[in-house]
Structures are given as structure tokens and as C-alpha cells.
Design a protein around this ligand. Structure first.
Ligand code: NDP
Length: 292
């Protein structure tokens, strides 16, 4: 068996972002609209700070407006909800993202539910979750949206394929299963209570791994020729004392048997931010009544 081809999410995302920058410029010209994304960060978690900085940089790079709201970790639920209320009303803010996880004293579910669903660019509000599952147009969570784009670009029509998703989180696994069902896949979702995860995986034409455990999926769990999407981002120590990022799939083993695979880094990760920008653009157009 020849080695799997690498699905280059980084290049795909860069191309998407380049096209988006052109679209943003043309929308500004035609409608006088500059899409705006507000990102709210509570506390000083270092990883979240990096994500927020990257999101702001990339938002501005495509010509959109970025609004950063950094609040101290002791911020009260009421103050956070008040800020979201103001952003909901602000006409230059078209998308609102609250960086998760929030400090433990804050109730994430009610914070997410306080965001106007039309501005919920993460697609986590129950209205958007419900609409996605009902097959209605909605804002779609960025990571599974990016995975689907890569799959469709690589495989074309997904109809009839057997997709196995490892993980059932609200952020990745569940919306991924709704999206693949919408594409007429036969979908199996496995999780920590599944009896034999490896045998379920061996039946997959499409395998999406979103477990959060480094190199969890071994080469002999993969059906020959399958397309593997590795969502995992795990930082592991190296022998020289530094760290490196690895996915939820053992890439070296998987490459010997899969047909194609997304690498970590450079696979799904870059697609997530590109899809966030795309959701912001879609939300902005929808808010001025333009359907494209
Ligand atoms: P969660 O921790 O929320 O969910 C993990 C899922 O894996 C759960 O459903 C859990 O099952 C399941 N699981 C855990 N152990 C096993 C096991 N032994 N066998 C089968 N299933 C198991 O993680 P997320 O969905 O938020 O993220 C998953 C990974 O994706 C992480 O590495 C994260 O960093 C990464 N990620 C990457 C993004 C990107 O942009 N590339 C964006 C978001 C996440 P159960 O429900 O039963 O507990």
C-alpha cells in the first residue's frame, strides 16, 4: 500500500482567507459594510490569550473589524452578560465569540445563550444547534465546518460513505455528526463508553478523531484507503525537553494504511479560524438582509 496523501489544511485555509479578503473588499464597496467580530476573553489563561490574539490578527488581515474585550478573571456573571447585551445591540458588531473555557464561577451555558443567535459565530447557541439538527440554515460550529470543507474538497460527494466520529462533544463530535448526516453519510459516533472503539473505526470510510488524547488512533484501526481527519491538538514533551503538537491519530502508522490524512499541525487547526471569519462574513451579510 502506498503512503497516504496529506490533506493540507493550512494551504486550503490560506486560499479561503485570500478569497475572503477579496469578498470583504467587494462587500465594503457595494454595501458600505465592514464585518465586525467581537471576541470576549475572561481571565488570563495563556493558551486562550494566544487564540484571541491570532483571531484578532487574522480578522484584521482580511479587512474586517476586530473588537477585543479582555475582562479580569473575577468578572461577575452579571457584568459579562451586560457586556454581551451591549454587543448584541451594537450594529458594527456582527459576530460575538466568548473564548472558552470560562473561569469556573461563570455559567458558560447561560453566557452562550445570552448571545444573539444571529451573531453567534461559534454556532453554539441552542437556536443554531437546533437549526443545524433540523436541517435548517444556521451558523455552523467552526471546527466541524472546516473538517467538512476538507472532506468535500478531497472526496467530492460523501453520500453513502460510512463515517465514524470519535468524540461526542458539543464543539466537535455532535455537530460533525449532524453535518455528515446532512451529506448522506451513515454516521457512527463512538465515545468513552463504546465497547470496542477500534472495531468501529475499522469500518470507517471517513474517520474523524476528536478525542483529546495524543496518538489515540493506531494504524491498525484504520480501514485501508480511508480518509482520516485528525481534530486533536495535544502538546507532548520531547526527549530534548521541549514540546511539540501531536494529533489524536498516530500519523506515522496511519500514513501506511489510510488513503489520505490531515496532519497536526497544519490540518484542521488553520481551518477553524478561517471558518470563524467566514461565519462572521455570513452573519454580517445576513444582518443587512443580503443572501449570497
Ligand atoms: P472533549 O474532551 O470535549 O471530548 C472528547 C470526546 O472524546 C468525548 O466525547 C469523550 O467521550 C471521547 N473520549 C474520551 N476518551 C475516549 C475513549 N477512550 N474512547 C472513545 N472516546 C473517548 O474534547 P473536544 O471535542 O473539545 O476536543 C477534542 C480534541 O480536538 C482535543 O484534542 C482538542 O484540543 C481538539 N480541538 C481542536 C480544534 C481545532 O481547531 N483543531 C478545535 C476544538 C478542539 P465521553 O463523551 O463519553 O466523555
Amino acid at each position: 500500500m502506498s503512503r497516504a496523501s496529506i490533506i493540507d489544511g493550512k494551504a486550503f485555509a490560506e486560499n479561503l482567507t485570500r478569497k475572503m479578503a477579496e469578498e470583504v473588499a467587494s462587500i465594503r464597496e457595494t454595501y458600505g459594510l465592514v464585518p465586525g467580530l467581537a471576541v470576549v476573553l475572561v481571565g488570563d489563561d495563556p493558551a486562550s490569550q494566544v487564540y484571541v490574539r491570532n483571531k484578532a490578527r487574522q480578522t484584521e488581515a482580511v479587512g474586517m473589524r476586530s473588537f477585543e474585550h479582555r475582562l479580569p478573571s473575577e468578572t461577575s456573571q452579571k457584568d459579562l452578560l451586560d457586556l454581551i447585551g451591549q454587543l448584541n445591540k451594537n450594529p458594527v458588531v456582527h459576530g460575538i465569540l466568548v473564548q472558552l473555557p470560562l473561569p469556573r464561577h461563570l455559567d458558560s451555558a447561560s453566557v452562550i445563550d445570552s448571545i444573539d443567535p444571529a451573531k453567534d459565530v461559534d454556532g453554539f447557541h441552542v437556536t443554531n444547534v437546533g437549526r443545524l439538527n433540523a436541517g435548517l440554515p444556521s451558523l455552523i460550529p467552526c471546527t466541524p465546518k472546516g473538517c467538512l470543507m476538507l472532506l468535500k474538497n478531497h472526496l467530492g460527494n460523501l453520500s453513502g460513505k460510512h463515517a465514524v466520529i470519535i468524540g461526542r462533544s458539543n464543539i466537535v463530535g455532535k455537530p460533525m455528526s449532524a453535518l455528515l448526516l446532512r451529506e448522506h453519510c451513515t454516521v457512527t459516533v463512538v465515545h468513552s463508553r463504546t465497547h470496542d472503539v477500534a472495531s468501529e473505526c475499522r469500518r470507517a470510510d471517513i474517520l474523524v478523531a476528536a478525542v483529546g488524547q495524543s496518538e489515540f488512533v493506531r494504524g491498525d484501526w484504520i480501514k485501508p484507503g480511508a480518509t482520516v481527519i485528525d481534530v486533536g491538538i495535544n502538546r507532548v514533551a520531547t526527549t530534548d525537553g521541549s514540546t511539540r503538537l501531536v494529533g489524536d491519530v498516530n500519523l506515522r502508522e496511519a500514513q501506511e494504511i489510510a488513503g489520505a490524512i490531515t496532519p497536526v499541525p497544519g490540518g484542521v487547526g488553520p481551518m477553524t479560524i478561517a471558518c470563524l471569519l467566514q461565519n462572521t462574513l455570513e452573519a454580517a451579510l445576513c444582518q443587512i438582509g443580503v443572501n449570497r
